[in-house]
Design a binder for this molecule. Structure first.
Ligand SMILES: Nc1ncnc2c1ncn2[C@@H]1O[C@H](COP(=O)(O)OP(=O)(O)OP(=O)(O)O)[C@@H](O)[C@H]1O
Ligand SMILES: [Mg+2]
Length: 221
């Protein structure tokens, strides 16, 4: 369960370029829900997603994930929450281009505190679940946009997180490939994962169970 209560995000607090990007955003997302986050450019969608992913802090309000208050935690504790609970798919894939697909998917397993012996099998299983097992050894720079997005999803899910967050995962893809990627998210959802997808595309948003709208740093719907 994800609960955001009156979240305030202030970039560059106390400086001349101080900017309040979220002015008290509140929302709840239940376990296993599939939701879309929509809103105009600059509304605060990525900011909200980064807070949910525990990769950014916030200045007011409270964020709880599974009853755990994410506030004032050390970087180590935040990393632990990220590793255990959250998979993040970045808009620009954020893959290592000159690594192979499987090497990219192995990265989160290599970072994990407890190194699992069967890391390669886990990475292959994640690649298989997104239909990329046959291309495991291909260098990322040789993959298409849709294939890269699949590898990015495999990397996000290899640690079996309960929540998968994706920032415009279909933004750079043609409509057929975008639909294939949506089908991958739907499959993850059918396996019980909580899915949060930021999108500009109403066709994508409408395939989710619920749409959350952000306007000017507030949740409006
Ligand atoms: N690191 C930062 N420092 C200062 N201001 C920032 C920073 N990141 C974002 N902002 C500002 O916060 C506001 C919200 O940005 P955010 O990236 O969350 O928007 P968005 O809804 O994701 O937009 P887009 O659809 O264009 O990706 C914008 O006005 C942006 O300029
Ligand atoms: Mg954004």
């Amino acid at each position: 369960m994800i609960i955001l209560n009156q979240i305030k995000k202030i970039y560059n607090q106390g400086k001349a370029n101080e900017f309040e990007a979220l002015h008290g955003a509140s929302l709840e997302i239940a376990d296993g829900e599939m939701v879309a986050v929509i809103g105009k450019s600059g509304a605060g969608k990525s900011t909200l997603l980064h807070i949910l992913a525990c990769i950014d802090s916030y200045e007011g309000g409270e964020y709880r994930i599974d009853d755990k208050l994410v506030k004032g935690l050390s970087e180590k504790k935040l990393a632990q929450i990220r590793n255990e609970k959250i998979g993040m798919v970045m808009q620009d894939f954020a893959l290592v281009e000159d690594f192979s697909a499987i090497e990219n998917v192995l990265l989160p397993l290599d970072f994990a505190k407890q190194k699992k012996a069967n890391r390669r099998e886990l990475a292959m299983a994640a690649l298989k679940s997104v239909g990329m097992d046959s291309m495991a050894k291909k260098t990322v720079s040789q993959l298409s946009g849709g294939q890269k997005q699949r590898v990015a999803i495999a990397r996000a899910i290899v640690n079996e997180p309960s929540v998968v967050l994706a920032d415009e995962p279909t933004g750079a893809l043609d409509s057929k490939t975008a639909q294939e990627i949506m089908d991958v998210f739907k499959e993850l959802h059918s396996r019980g994962k909580t899915i949060v997808i930021v999108t500009h595309d109403m066709g994508i948003a409408e395939q989710c169970e619920r749409i959350i709208e952000i306007a000017d740093g507030c949740v409006t719907d």
